[in-house]
Design a protein around this ligand. Structure first.
Ligand code: URA
Length: 226
């Protein structure tokens, strides 16, 4: 009998009162979009679920070639249930427009954590790790041609690396075999507009990678010539 158990027995609380670890069932390998959405909606894997109004699953084209990954929902996202709908989101929309993209056409937008951290603080490593299996499954289903990590939290979580954003953005990365470009989070760019030009360079690099590796989905690119 360990100390805790003996203590609870003495208080007459054993064996009825058992401290439970949060459920961390693995995501079923075959989980489809509907199953995954429901799992996220019901999720209690970390304490962030206690303060959320609703979960913010992700939005866009489920067969998109472009995947943009942010950190976690803020107040407006928590209220509307959609990622990047606040001021940072408006800048992200402009960045997409610059690339000739729209958030629901060939683009999917998701976050590392699906619940709003209190006072919009940075999610902890434990919170990111608890939530990451959802993002991993989203990536498996979307099969994007390129991932753009928006900010340090997304870059660290997806690349399992540390390092400053300034250093990470200068290198070409891969998530599995998917090219991954790191750039600044739009919220940072709102505070530091002088870095917008360099963020644009990152996005142009991402576009170049995209152009060099694929043609639009749905054409005959995979067919052998007759
Ligand atoms: N910041 C993020 O990282 N994600 C959002 O959805 C909104 C703001």
């Amino acid at each position: 009998m360990n100390f805790k158990e003996a203590h609870w027995r003495e208080l007459g609380l054993w064996p009825h009162w058992v401290a439970r670890a949060p459920t961390r069932e693995p995501i079923p390998a075959g989980a489809d979009w509907a199953v995954l959405r429901q799992l996220v909606k019901d999720c209690q894997r970390c304490p962030l679920h206690q303060g959320r109004r609703q979960t913010v699953f992700g939005v866009g084209d489920e067969r998109a070639r472009w995947l943009f990954v942010g950190e976690g929902p803020g107040a407006e996202e928590d209220q509307r249930g959609e990622p990047f709908v606040g001021s940072a989101g408006r800048l992200l929309d402009q960045m997409l427009l610059g690339l000739g993209l729209k958030r629901d056409q060939d683009v999917y937008i998701a976050n590392v954590v699906k619940c709003r951290p209190p006072q919009n603080r940075t999610p902890t490593d434990a919170e990111c790790n608890a939530c990451l299996p959802y993002l991993h499954r989203q990536i498996v289903m979307i099969q994007p041609k390129i991932i753009v990590a928006l900010g340090k939290v997304a870059a660290h979580a997806l690349l399992k690396t540390s390092g400053t954003l300034g250093a990470l953005r200068l290198h070409q990365h891969f998530y599995g075999d998917i090219p991954l470009v790191v750039t600044w989070h739009p919220a940072y760019l709102l505070r530091t507009p002088s870095d917008k030009a360099r963020a644009w360079e990152d996005l142009c690099r991402a576009r170049q990678i995209m152009v060099s590796q694929c043609t639009p989905r749905g054409d005959n690119a995979d067919k052998a010539p007759a």
